[in-house]
Design a protein around this ligand. Structure first.
Ligand code: URP
Ligand code: ZN
Ligand code: ZN
Length: 470
């Protein structure tokens, strides 16, 4: 099967240029002006932008949490991703008591319904000699990344000694540690005090997880990485001070990279004081408008490396079903914590929103160039996570994961427009200019305007090898 996309403007992480692009089966085979070829399909992309499919490095699909599960699975979440221009997503395997093989098998089973390409990170939530010895086996499985937590005491957190040893093991095996940075002890103390004082409203989620904890923990993580001579990637950076810490460490040659997410660029903890404040509950929490501005600066100046989503959706009111692909479905959600903020499932939707929102409110608003947009949402995650140039690139030989982007398309965005399986959208009513028109996954057209042409099982597991340090 050959498809020729003609007359478009290619936008990569470094260049913008007019060219045609030829797809043969699953691959891009030629790029150039006025290409001639015998083809099955021709698409006229006059006035459109051609970009590599988005790579979302941070999602949580079908993740059990408290007494429920994140409401998008590997089909619904992937379908939503595709409508937003993302063709690769990486989610996190929960480490079960039985060990890595068993845990990865469980996640492989969940992902059999994948609709876009995917890979996994391993949550390293226990550390001992047995686990240390088993870590290299993850590389054989194509899992090159370990997530560690400095918060969630007694559940997910490793102590600093465990994190330091994990960094050393990762270094010796060409792996990358990803770090969730908050101060777990401070969070636990403030949470217990808040509950004892009768504070149960959503705003207390933010008040008990202060940004200084994220700031010092980010610097601590960078310092440990330097002492272990290992790279580290700090996920969901949310506080302006974290950008300062990242800059401080990077200027001193520390191999530390940072990811932020759209929610930390647009919202503040004031949103948690609203009647529907639970919609904005995730960890780490929203901060202040000053933090939003500092994170934008971090993107503009290239101090940060990626924009992921941390997509981990829950219904706002999971007692009420929504209609998804013709069937009613209700999944318990944020209402579980109506009486107690600590019982509100942590996480929010974003996998479809990321690219359209960042385009209108990042590129069109002048905060970043179109090339930076491609770098942050596609090329840099592909490079860091060992997928480049198979993913994140428009070059002959790359997978034909391609977005034809209509920069003029006007959309009034919100839950009705989104395919994320939840009953709300953080960007309800936001006006967008620019939206994906067609999305190809390895040469197959999976989104055509409003039409879904993908299916369960279209997505393939991506075995990853050592990535780049940016
Ligand atoms: O609230 C969030 N972000 N839930 C997902 C888990 C995590 O720490 O990324
Ligand atoms: Zn996290
Ligand atoms: Zn996460």
């Amino acid at each position: 099967m050959k498809t020729l996309i003609q007359n478009g403007t290619l936008v990569t992480a470094s260049e913008t240029f007019a060219a045609d692009i030829l797809i043969e089966d699953e691959k891009i085979t030629r790029i150039g002006l006025n290409l001639e070829a015998d083809t099955d399909h021709r698409i006229d992309a006059t006035g459109k932008l051609i970009m590599p499919g988005g790579v979302d490095p941070h999602v949580h699909l079908d993740l059990p949490m408290f007494d429920t599960v994140s409401s998008d699975d590997h089909y619904t979440g992937h379908k939503a991703a595709a409508f937003g221009g993302t063709t690769t997503a990486m989610d996190f395997v929960v480490l079960e008591n039985e060990g890595f093989d068993h845990s990865v098998d469980l996640w492989m089973k969940k992902a059999e319904k994948a609709a876009i390409d995917y890979s996994f990170h391993m949550n390293l939530t226990r550390f001992d000699e047995k686990i240390a010895k088993a870590i290299p086996s993850l590389m054989d499985m194509g899992i090159q990344t370990l997530k560690v937590f400095t918060a969630y005491n007694g559940r997910l957190r490793l102590d600093d000694g465990g994190i330091f040893k994990a960094l050393q093991v990762a270094r010796d095996n060409g792996m990358l540690v990803m770090a969730h940075c908050e101060n777990g002890d401070v969070v636990e103390t403030l949470t217990a005090q808040a509950l004892a004082d009768g504070h149960t409203e959503p705003i207390w989620h933010a008040l008990t997880r202060p940004s200084w904890g994220a700031v010092e923990s980010s610097l601590r993580m960078a310092a440990m990485a330097e002492q272990a001579d290992a790279p580290v990637y700090i996920v969901h950076m949310n506080a302006g001070g974290e950008v300062d810490m990242l800059q401080y460490a990077r200027e001193r040659g520390v191999k530390v990279m940072g990811e932020t997410c759209p929610q930390y660029l647009f919202f503040s903890q004031d949103h948690l004081s609203r009647d529907d404040g639970a919609k904005w509950i995730c960890s780490p929490p929203m901060r202040t408008e000053q933090d939003n501005a500092k994170l934008w600066d971090g993107l503009r100046q290239g101090i940060l490396q990626t924009v992921g989503t941390d997509h981990c959706p829950f219904y706002f009111d999971g007692t009420q079903p929504i209609v998804y692909e013709g069937s009613e479905i209700a999944i318990p959600g944020k209402e579980l914590g109506r009486q107690d903020f600590t019982k509100i499932p942590n996480g929010l939707p974003g996998i479809q929103d990321r690219m359209p929102i960042m385009w209108t409110y990042g590129v069109n608003a002048g905060y970043m160039s179109a090339n930076q947009f491609v770098a942050y949402t596609s090329t840099n995650p592909a490079k860091i996570f060992g997928l480049y140039p198979q993913k994140g690139a428009l070059v002959p030989g790359a997978d034909a994961d391609i977005v034809i982007w209509d920069p003029e398309k006007q959309v009034r965005y919100g839950v009705a427009h989104s395919h994320q399986r939840t009953d709300y959208n953080l960007y309800e009513g936001w006006e967008l200019t620019g939206y994906p028109e067609k999305v190809f996954l390895r040469g197959k057209l999976i989104v055509d305007g409003n039409e879904w042409k993908g299916k369960r099982g279209d997505g393939e597991f991506l075995k990853r090898s050592e990535g780049m340090i940016l």
